[in-house]
Design a protein around this ligand. Sequence first.
Ligand SMILES: Cc1cc2nc3c(=O)[nH]c(=O)nc-3n(C[C@H](O)[C@H](O)[C@H](O)COP(=O)(O)OP(=O)(O)OC[C@H]3O[C@@H](n4cnc5c(N)ncnc54)[C@H](O)[C@@H]3O)c2cc1C
Ligand code: SF4
Length: 502
Amino acid sequence: MPDPNGFLRYDRRLPARRPVPVRIMDWREVYPPAGEELTREQATRCMDCGIPFCHDGCPLGNRIPDWNDLVRTGGWDAAVESLHATNNFPEFTGRLCPAPCEAACVLGLGGQQPVTIKQVEVEIADAAAARGGLRPQPAPAPTGRSVAVVGSGPAGLAAAQQLARAGHAVTVYERDDALGGLLRYGIPDFKLEKRHVDRRLAQLAAEGVRFRTGVDVGVDVTAEQLRAEHDAVLLACGALQGRDTPETPGRALRGVHQAMAHLVAANRVVAAAGEGQPALATLPDGTPIDAAGKHVVIIGGGDTAADCLGVAHRQGAAGVHQLDLYPEPPADRDAARDPWPTWPWVLRSYPAHEEGGDRVFAVAVQEFVDDGTGQVRAVRIAEVTVEKVDGRRIVTALPGSEREIPADLVLLAIGFEGTEDQPLLAQLGVTRNGRGAVDARPDWQTGADGVFVAGDMHRGASLIVWAIAEGRAAAAAIHAYLGGVGTLPAPVDPARQPLAAR
Ligand SMILES: Cc1cc2nc3c(=O)[nH]c(=O)nc-3n(C[C@H](O)[C@H](O)[C@H](O)COP(=O)(O)OP(=O)(O)OC[C@H]3O[C@@H](n4cnc5c(N)ncnc54)[C@H](O)[C@@H]3O)c2cc1C
Ligand code: SF4
C-alpha cells in the first residue's frame, strides 16, 4: 500500500543543477544523479490516487504509481522491469521528456506540486544500467521474416527492438554516419550524453538488430531493392524539413542559418573530441559556424531554440538574444484555458535560460541587416500582436516599435514543416499530406502495402515519448502483418492525440 501522506511530508525537490560557471565550461549533462535517498523521498510523494491520470498523460502509458512505490520500498529491480514493460528507452525520456504525465498528476488538482515522475524514471533506468541490468533479451527463436527500418531515431530504434525480440530479422538503415537520429546530432550532450545512446545500441545489436549507417535509402539503395530483401518496411525518417523565412529581407546574408546546421556542427565537434580528434564547427561545405565571440540572435521559442542557446553559451558567445513571436506566457496554469490534466501554456524555462541570454517576447524580425559586405550585422525587429483568423495566423507589427539588435550569427529555430520530400517517397509511391507528414491507415500502413510509418514522419515534429510510443505500436502492427504469434503492445493508434479539454 503506497504512502497516502508522502506528499504532505515532502515537498517536490529535484537534484541541484551543476553550477552555471562550471557547466558552461564543458558539454556534460546539467543534472547530476539525484541519488537513492532523494529519489526514494520523491517517489514517496506518489499517493497511488486510484485513477492515475498520469497514465493518460504519458503516451506510453507508463505504469507510474507502480514503479514509484517499488522505488519507495527499495524494489529497484522490479521497478525497472515495470518501466521497461512500457518504455524501451526510459533513460532518454527520463532526461528529455517535457513530462505531460506531471501536468496530469492528481496532486495538481489540489494545488500541490506534481511528483517528480521523470526524475524517478531516469534514476530507475540509470540504476539498472549501473548494475548491468540492461541485459539483451534475444528472441528464443527466429520467425524467418525480415523487416527494414529506415531511420535510427527513437521511433525506428523502439520498433527495431520490439520486432527483434519477437524473432524477426531487423535491419536499421541510417543515412548519417552514426545512429540515433536527433538523439545523436540534434540534441546536445548537455541534455543527453551519447554514452546512453551507445549503451542501448549495444543492447539492440546483441539482440540481433543489424545496423547499416551511411546508407541513404532511395539513393544508395532503392526502395525496390529494400522491398525485395525484406518482408515489411518501416519508415521512421523524422520530420527534418526546417521551416524558413525566405520572404524576410536579408535572409540570404552570410551568418543567417537554420538552427539545425548550428546544432549538428556543434554536436559533431563534441563527438570528435570524445574520440580525441579536435575539430572545428563547420557546415557540410566547410563554412565555419560557431558562436565564439559573436552576438547571436536565435529566432524561436521551443526546444531547438533553447538547445541553440546552451550551445552558444558553451561556444563563448559575446551575447545572445532569443526572440519569440508570442507574448510571454503566464507562470502558472490558466485553468479556464488549459484545465487540469491537460498540458498548460506556461512559461517554460530550460537550464540554458539560467545560463544567460535575453528573451524577447512578442516580436518579429522585419529584416536581416547587411554590414555592406553581405554579412549580417543586425536584425531589425518590431513588436507584434498575433491573432488566429479562420485557422490562419495574422501577425501585425505595431507602428513605431522597430529597433535593431546586433547580430553576427542568426539561427532560425522556427519549427519544422514535416518530413523531407526525398526520392524514397516517390519510389514507394508514398505522398506527404498538407502538414508535410505521411498518413497512416489504422494499422500503421502507408498508402503502399507492407510499408509502415511511425514517429515524427507520421506525427510531424513532436517528442521522443511519442516517437517511442509510435515505434512500439507500428512494431505491433508489423508483427501482426507478418503473421507473428501473439500480440505486441501497442500503446497508441495513429489517430491518438495528447490529452485535451473537449
Ligand atoms: C534540436 C532538437 C531538440 C529536441 N529536444 C527534445 C527534447 O528535449 N525532448 C523531446 O521529447 N523531444 C525533443 N525533440 C524532438 C525529438 O528529438 C523528436 O521528436 C524525435 O527524435 C523523433 O524521432 P524519430 O525517430 O521519429 O525521428 P528522428 O529522431 O528525426 O530520426 C530520423 C532519422 O531518419 C534518418 N533518415 C531520414 N531519411 C532517411 C533515408 N532516406 N535513409 C536512411 N535514413 C534516413 C535521419 O537521418 C534520422 O537519423 C527535439 C528536436 C530537436 C530538433
Ligand atoms: S515518458 Fe514522459 S510522459 Fe511518460 S512517464 Fe516518462 S516523463 Fe512522463
